[in-house]
Design a protein around this ligand. Structure first.
Ligand code: HEC
Ligand code: HEC
Length: 300
């Protein structure tokens, strides 16, 4: 009887282990078909600005001028622990100087490292997964001009159970949604805005509330939430709360001025500094997208 119970127990454990490893496995690397595309580095710069890579990966307290020195070192406090942004400059020793385009593409669009480990979703690859092939080729082309910074990476400060990256495979299955947050009938401008906001600008990472596992609550897309990295509240930018016109939103994304002539503050400053350098049609497209998002009011 006892032997049978032990046998069933072992069998269950083996089944669980097999299932766990199957479900949490990163996708295998496949030959990269995008390698044949030619990079347009001018567009690469726009992708870089819209995606805000520099905002997280430049040195702590660096200014917009240093936005291309990607030495890492900034930290992000989250309910799950403290994460440090790594060095992603072209340093061979401490950065990603040895990476191939395929390594870069897999990291940014799948959240998987060259040695096959999952990245934590503080790196917003759940948004970047939608980045178009040509755009990531252009981004990598632009990257080749970046200076080398030889700063060593700092380990994240996480509770032990979270340190095991394999678990992120299960998280991705549950919360890395492959479709757009906003679907339905969008005109071409709104579609461009969606691409800029959902795939590149990762607006939802700050403006959408999260569940207990850190997954974004899509039913409350952009409906505002408490600031995950400090005090205060990140505003609701659905039409339930943001009643600015398309022109007013575009103006804010370009100059940082609200219709009441307040100026942008907090983490949004960096976002505006980047978006201000895109072309006006792109800011207008983001504004049109925000008008097309369902109005969701969230009880505060
Ligand atoms: C919100 C902050 C944030 C933004 C924005 C961001 N990253 Fe990161 N990134 C991180 C963090 C944190 C990690 C570490 C993840 C981990 O250890 O699992 C990371 C990891 C990486 C890595 C892996 C580096 C290594 O040594 O393995 C690469 C490559 C990378 N990011 C590139 C980018 C690019 C390209 C962009 C813009 C398209 C970008 N990141 C935008 C925070 C960010
Ligand atoms: C890193 C976090 C972060 C990201 C990413 C982010 N925002 Fe914000 N956003 C904020 C914060 C914080 C504020 C409040 C700014 C303030 O207090 O002045 C804000 C304010 C705003 C406002 C003004 C709302 C109001 O009522 O005053 C708009 C519009 C806005 N964001 C749009 C966007 C769009 C569009 C994107 C994506 C392209 C985006 N944000 C990405 C953090 C973020």
């Amino acid at each position: 009887m006892i032997a049978k119970a032990i046998f069933v127990g072992i069998l269950a454990a083996v089944c669980f282990a097999v299932l766990y490893f199957a479900l949490s496995a990163p996708k295998a690397a496949t030959p990269n078909p995008l390698g044949a595309l030619v990079a347009d580095t001018i567009n690469g710069r726009s992708v870089y600005l819209a995606a805000g890579c520099g905002g997280c990966h430049s040195a702590p307290q660096s200014s917009q001028v240093d936005n291309l020195i990607l030495s890492g070192g900034q930290h992000f406090e989250t309910p799950f622990g403290r994460f440090y942004a790594p060095n992603i400059s072209m340093s061979v020793k401490n950065g990603i100087g040895r990476w191939s385009f395929a390594d870069f593409e897999r990291a940014v669009r799948q959240g998987v490292s060259p040695d096959g480990a999952h990245y934590f979703p503080v790196f917003p690859y759940t948004a970047y997964q939608h980045m178009r092939g040509q755009d990531i080729v252009d981004l990598w082309g632009y990257w080749q001009s970046f200076p080398v910074a030889d700063i060593k990476n700092q380990a994240h400060d996480l509770p032990l159970f979270l340190g095991f990256r394999r678990n992120i495979g299960l998280w991705k299955r549950m919360f890395m949604m492959q479709d757009w947050a906003i679907s339905g009938d969008l005109n071409p401008d709104e579609q461009r805005g969606r691409y800029l906001a959902e795939a590149l600008g990762h607006c939802g990472e700050c403006h959408t509330p999260r569940n207990a596992f850190g997954g974004l609550k899509r039913a409350q897309w952009l409906a505002g939430t408490k600031n995950p990295v400090g005090k205060g509240h990140i505003p609701n930018i659905t039409p339930a709360s943001l009643d600015w016109s398309v022109e007013e939103i575009s103006e804010y994304l370009s100059s940082g001025f609200t219709p009441e002539f307040d100026t942008v503050g907090g983490h949004m400053v960096l976002v505006v500094e980047n978006l201000a350098q895109l072309n006006p049609q792109d800011r207008n497209a983001i504004a049109q997208y925000l008008k097309a998002v369902p109005a969701v009011g969230v009880p505060q």
